[in-house]
Design a protein around this ligand. Structure first.
Ligand SMILES: [Zn+2]
Length: 314
């Protein structure tokens, strides 16, 4: 048995996972930032013990604990270099955990975990060369080449900070024009709010008013489906931004598949098909390799836990 722990900015999700990728028991609790790593680890340890008891298992049944963390991770040394959402910097996380629970443990960036999970049990299963991106507040990414996760000099890839617009929008990383300023789901939300303000007579604005000003990236897709011209333009631009970044990555890494995760990927065919079309055109125009598949993540709500547990599956 394996334990997967997905530490998010809002919730910590964790569970016991079989080697077939099945979750036997799981739980979650609020991350409650700001919070010290030691304090969070204490709650994780309590929950591991509870989950084992509930499943009639003991620590001896656990082959290892995998942690998925949103941020820049030094995987060799088990150190969180920086996790902005958690407000942590330079945390000797693996050592802190081992002080509390002496089990085999590994930690990875959460998007890398997601790619491992999708590669073992989901949408990237048949591919040795895969890139996963998650569209959320920012863009997370994981790159697998020849069946091996790319970890550079001990760190994860951060494709979200690839510049697609010189002198573009200011990014939190200090650069301007980063991909995630245009293609993350929060970028679409931001653009949607601006466009609704500029087009008060649009259906998009009506929809937003109906929801008392609450907007998510899905709002834009829904309004586009209802035929609103402003929303359609936003969606077209958004698909363009995503595809532009994917094509740059395709030139560099030549993946066989792009797997896209994040709440917005649940839009399914509406979302994936136009991106697939752009990638197909790209491949055709340059005709140097067979095709690039575009898929959404398969594991969906289990992805965080199963992905983290996959770290320990060898
Ligand atoms: Zn950036």
């Amino acid at each position: 048995m394996f334990i997967g722990v997905d530490i998010g900015g809002t919730n910590v999700k964790m569970g016991i996972v079989s080697k077939m990728g099945r979750i036997l028991a799981s739980t979650s609790f609020k991350t409650n930032i700001p919070r010290s790593p030691e304090n969070l680890i204490d709650e994780i340890v309590v929950n591991i013990n509870n989950l084992l008891t509930k499943s009639n298992l003991t620590l001896k049944d656990v082959e290892g604990v995998g942690f998925g963390v949103p941020g820049l991770i030094d995987t060799k040394n088990g150190i969180i270099i920086k996790a902005g959402n958690l407000n942590w910097e330079k945390v000797d996380f693996v050592k802190l955990f081992k002080n509390k629970m002496n089990l085999p443990v590994k930690m990875e960036n959460d998007a890398n975990c997601a790619l491992l999970g999708e590669s073992r049990f989901g949408g990237a299963r048949e591919y040795n060369n895969a890139i996963l991106i998650t569209l959320g507040t920012g863009i997370g990414s994981g790159i697998m080449l020849d069946g091996k996760l790319l970890s550079g000099n001990g760190c994860n890839s951060e494709c979200g900070h690839m510049v697609i617009q010189v002198n573009g929008e200011q990014c939190a990383c200090g650069q301007r024009g980063c991909w995630e300023r245009y293609a993350s789901s929060s970028a679409l939300t931001r653009r949607t709010i601006e466009a609704a303000k500029q087009n008060p007579d649009s259906k998009l604005n009506d929809i937003i008013k109906k929801w008392n000003g609450k907007v998510s990236a899905i709002t834009t897709f829904n309004a586009a489906k209802m035929g609103d011209a402003v929303a359609k333009q936003l969606v077209d631009d958004y698909i363009n931004y995503i595809s532009t970044g994917l094509i740059s990555l395709a030139w560099i890494f030549h993946p066989e598949v792009f797997v896209i995760g994040g709440g917005i990927a649940k839009e399914g065919a509406n979302f994936i098909a136009p991106i697939q079309q752009k990638l197909d055109n790209f491949v055709k125009e340059n005709n140097f390799y067979p095709s690039i598949a575009v898929k959404k993540t398969v594991l969906e709500d289990n992805l965080g836990i199963v992905g983290a547990a996959s770290l320990m599956m060898g």
